[in-house]
Design a protein around this ligand. Structure first.
Ligand SMILES: *Cc1c(COP(=O)(O)O)cnc(C)c1O
Length: 400
């Protein structure tokens, strides 16, 4: 019998094969590329079929706020890559961060997070949760004693980013997973900077992984998107109902873009990080630079830890210039190829000044504690020829 070509790669294929074929569910038209189901609703042959669908007794789609065939293909492809029991997509990275925390907490609960967080994640933990009676604490993620103290009284969940934005701090995930479990809490890891290819938080002991798919998964500056990966029991008990009834659903069109993004993710991420590693090394030798932060550099304060838990060093390089904000702005203005933008993980190399953009909301004291100085610029290294990137940066720094 000819094999069934309508269904994507089963689990036993290698990651790269799953990225190209995982989750593919062909329609009766036998299309090569994944179909785009731009539909909000679904019809039933009989009222009995509708009744069974609402009871979850058949696999019939109900409504695209709950699930959609194109979104489901994206979820399944990413789930296979991550090796998670469940993957759920959302409309943005922030929707995943919010849902992953909010679906499991109630007034009186406690959430502990690392203080080196993406600006909007910091806002949710420090500003939104306390308004609903959830106690939150931010700690220095590199400090094991700080975690022990913060988790001594238990918690509902722990939220971290590693490597962090923008100073690329690394958190010892296996150690934190142990402490989190002992505290009766769940560990949520925002794995955007490492990507699913260079760090597998679930294998390192995390309970939940979240992504902004806007970043490397799309990687070409087109759509917003997010994803949450977890156990089946966490999904069924907390996440599913929260997503269904609060509505952060990913649009099928954006899911389709992200699904195609996954096909080239490995090729792009390896080029991104090869370019970033070469640029970081190159910049370390340039005059006018106080420090280059990149997990793959021997000079990174946590280079050993990064090597232990990551299989690559990512696409983000932070550079501290000697001349503060004035020099940082001069460098940004002198760049001809690299664009000024706060996005990251894009095919195009992008640069931002975190102190006046992504981390502007923080107090000067909080920025200082995180190492976000006025001379710090964050570079998202793209897919251009690395020699052109070197020339652009070297010239801009020299002119500054
Ligand atoms: C961009 C980003 C987010 C938010 O994702 P959006 O898709 O922009 O909503 C969350 N965490 C990290 C680490 C990010 O870089």
């Amino acid at each position: 019998m000819a094999r069934d070509r309508s269904i994507g790669a089963p689990r036993e294929y290698r990651p790269q094969t799953n990225l190209v074929r995982g989750g593919l569910a062909r329609s009766a038209f036998d299309e090569t590329s994944e179909a785009l189901y731009l539909t909000s609703g679904y019809v039933y042959k009989t009222p009995e079929e509708a009744e069974a669908a609402f009871k979850g007794e058949n696999a019939h789609f109900v409504y695209s706020r709950y699930a959609n065939p194109t979104v489901a293909m994206f979820e399944e492809r990413l789930r296979l890559l991550e090796g998670a029991e469940v993957c759920r997509a959302t409309a943005s990275g922030m929707a995943t961060v919010f849902a992953s925390i909010m679906c499991q907490v109630k007034a009186g609960d406690r959430v502990v997070a690392s203080r080196a967080l993406f600006g909007s994640c910091q806002y949710i933990v420090a500003e939104v949760l306390p308004r609903y009676g959830v106690q939150t604490e931010l700690v220095d993620g590199r400090d094991q004693d700080a975690w022990k103290t913060a988790l001594a009284d238990g918690a509902t969940c722990v939220f971290v980013e590693s490597p962090s934005n923008p100073t690329l701090e690394i958190i010892d995930l296996p150690a934190l997973a142990k402490l989190t479990r002992a505290a009766g809490a769940r560990l949520i890891v925002d794995n955007v900077f490492a990507t699913p290819l260079q760090q597998q938080p679930l294998a390192l002991g995390a309970d939940i992984v979240v992504y902004s798919a806007t970043k490397h998964i799309d990687g070409q500056g087109r759509t917003l998107g997010g994803a949450i990966l977890s156990s089946r029991s966490f999904h069924d008990e907390y996440l599913q109902a929260f997503l269904r009834h609060t509505g952060p659903a990913l649009s099928p069109f954006n899911a389709w873009v992200l699904l195609k993004g996954l096909e080239t993710l490995e090729l792009r991420v390896s080029r991104h990080s090869a370019n970033a590693a070469e640029l970081a090394q190159f910049l370390e030798g340039q005059a006018g630079i106080r420090q280059v932060l990149y997990p793959g550099l021997a000079s990174h304060p946590q280079a050993d830890l990064a090597r232990r838990q990551m299989s690559g060093s990512g696409s983000i390089v932070a550079i501290e210039l000697e001349g503060g904000k004035a020099q940082a702005f001069r460098v940004l203005k002198a760049l001809e190829l690299i664009d000024i933008s706060n996005n990251l993980g894009d095919a195009k190399s992008l640069v931002t000044h975190p102190a006046t953009t992504t981390h502007q909301r923080l107090t000067p004291e909080d920025r200082a504690a995180l190492g976000i100085t006025d001379g710090l610029i964050r570079l998202s290294v793209g897919l251009e020829d690395v020699e052109d990137l070197k020339e652009d940066l070297a010239r801009a720094i020299k002119e500054s």
